[in-house]
Design a protein around this ligand. Structure first.
Ligand code: 5AD
Ligand code: SF4
Length: 440
């Protein structure tokens, strides 16, 4: 059976890497003759791109596969992609025998051949390359959903093995693309009208050009200097590999956005050691000092884990004090979630779940107040925003600042500005997570 004329449905969960992987998977499928449909009932092939970072994600996938079972008819195919696929592997076939494809992200470069296998009727096709592969998933067929801002993967996988984290097991080992290939993709995007690029990797700071031409900071600069590109962001950074030249680049290249997401995870050096993070509170704060001493203000955001096994009230207070010290513009805080295969799974964890929930709530409340003050500092300023669309309930236009802040604004002009355009907004009001203003 050939794929020509076949339809597929794809649903995506998880991080930006997964969202962008799906764009590449969709492009690959379309290049193989498939057509995307919005309803799973109308699809010959149903794919589910999964995440396993927290919260018993694998159980959710199995529940969801039960729903899919109801759709099963002869000739219809099911596939599980992404982190749960890599983590659970062939066990998925045991629990959901109607699934015929299980593939983790490190195998996507083999997707065309895997598709041929399932279309020819093979029942258990796997792409579970795990940590062996050196290959990255590069394709000219990326189907980006937004015509103005888009992702480019620069490094896949992770070699850090933080004690709580499943990613090194689900996304394989670190492998960087050449800077030539990244720059060619950025230029092609600029030619298509893209102005905003976000460089992606689990740990972008450990980017190593296989041809040795550019460091990470040099690559950032080169992408930001591509004609037509007005904004470049990057995520996620790891404090251990975050170097001063990144701050220098942001300072000197205006199209590098003034925002750094630098996950700290905990403010306690004792806990950072248990988490195998390879830096202390003091070393982390040194990085923050570089960022704070830059000539133009650079917005900072972070990730924090609350309730890691053995976190005492004192450790938690150190996380709170660190938030107070840094004054982040945003914090993604998570309750620790035990993950399969990870070293922390076997640590004694005497903290009751209710206590973890209380800590999480306390941290988020404290951070909300910090953000209320931070965001209020923009009132009276004029910020450049990229227009993203409309906020329908309030009739406002939604834009994003270089610092990655949402700006809801109105305009007296009879014609609303186009999505993707850049303009200036006078900020009149602030909230802990957004700004309000009037087009200048
Ligand atoms: N439990 C809770 N949070 C986690 N994260 C990663 N693994 C876990 C886990 N097992 C958080 C970290 C990371 C973010 C993407 O998710 O804060 O930076
Ligand atoms: Fe989820 Fe991590 Fe996989 Fe992204 S890399 S999909 S966050 S488990």
């Amino acid at each position: 059976m050939s794929a020509a004329g076949k339809t597929f449905y794809l649903e995506t969960f998880g991080c930006q890497m997964n969202v962008h992987d799906s764009e590449k998977v969709i492009g690959t499928l379309v290049s193989q003759g498939y057509r995307q449909v919005e309803e799973e009932t109308a699809a010959d092939l149903i794919l589910y791109n999964t995440c396993s970072i927290r919260d018993k994600a694998e159980q959710k996938v199995f529940h969801r596969l039960q729903d899919y079972k109801k759709l099963f008819v002869e000739g219809k195919r099911f596939g599980v992609l992404g982190c749960v696929a890599q983590q659970e592997g062939e066990k998925i076939f045991e629990r959901a025998p109607y699934v015929s494809l299980v593939a983790g992200s490190a195998s996507y470069h083999r997707l065309p051949e895997l598709l041929v296998q399932i279309e020819s009727g093979e029942r258990r096709v796997t792409g579970l390359d795990d940590r062996q592969t050196e290959q990255t998933f590069e394709t000219e067929f990326t189907a980006r959903s937004n015509p103005h801002r888009g992702y480019i993967t620069i490094i896949e996988g992770c070699d850090k093995f933080c004690a709580y984290c499943v990613v090194p097991y689900t996304r394989g080992k670190e492998r960087s693309r050449t800077s030539d290939s990244v720059l060619a993709e950025a230029r092609a995007m600029a030619d298509q009208g893209y102005t905003d690029i976000q460089l992606l990797g689990q740990n972008v700071n450990s980017y190593r050009d296989p041809l040795g031409k550019k460091s990470f900071a040099e690559l950032l600069t080169a992408v930001a200097e591509v004609t037509g590109i007005r904004r470049v962001r990057f995520t996620t950074s790891h404090p251990r590999d975050f170097t001063k030249d990144i701050v220098d680049a942001i300072e000197s290249v205006p199209s590098l956005c003034d925002h750094v997401h630098l996950p700290v995870q905990s403010g306690s050096s004792r806990l950072l050691k248990a988490m195998l993070r390879e830096y202390t509170r003091e070393q982390y704060l040194d990085r923050i000092a570089w960022i704070k001493s830059a000539k133009r203000p650079i917005s900072m955001t972070t990730d924090v884990i609350v309730g890691f096994p053995g976190e005492t009230a004192e450790d938690f207070d150190e996380s709170l004090a660190l938030l107070e010290h840094v004054q982040y513009d945003g914090v993604f805080a998570f309750k620790y979630s035990p993950r399969p295969n990870t070293p922390a799974l076997h640590l004694a964890d005497p903290i009751p779940d209710e206590e973890k929930s209380l800590r999480l709530q306390a941290l988020l409340e404290r951070q909300r107040e910090i953000q209320r003050v931070n965001y209020a500092k923009h009132v009276g300023q004029r910020l450049e925003v990229m227009v993203e669309g409309r906020n329908t309930p309030r009739g406002q236009i939604v834009g994003r600042s270089s610092q990655n802040k949402t700006v809801n604004f109105t305009t007296k002009h009879p014609i609303a500005p186009a999505t993707g355009s850049y303009l200036h907004v006078e900020i009149t009001q602030s909230f802990p997570n957004s700004l309000v203003g009037v087009m200048a």
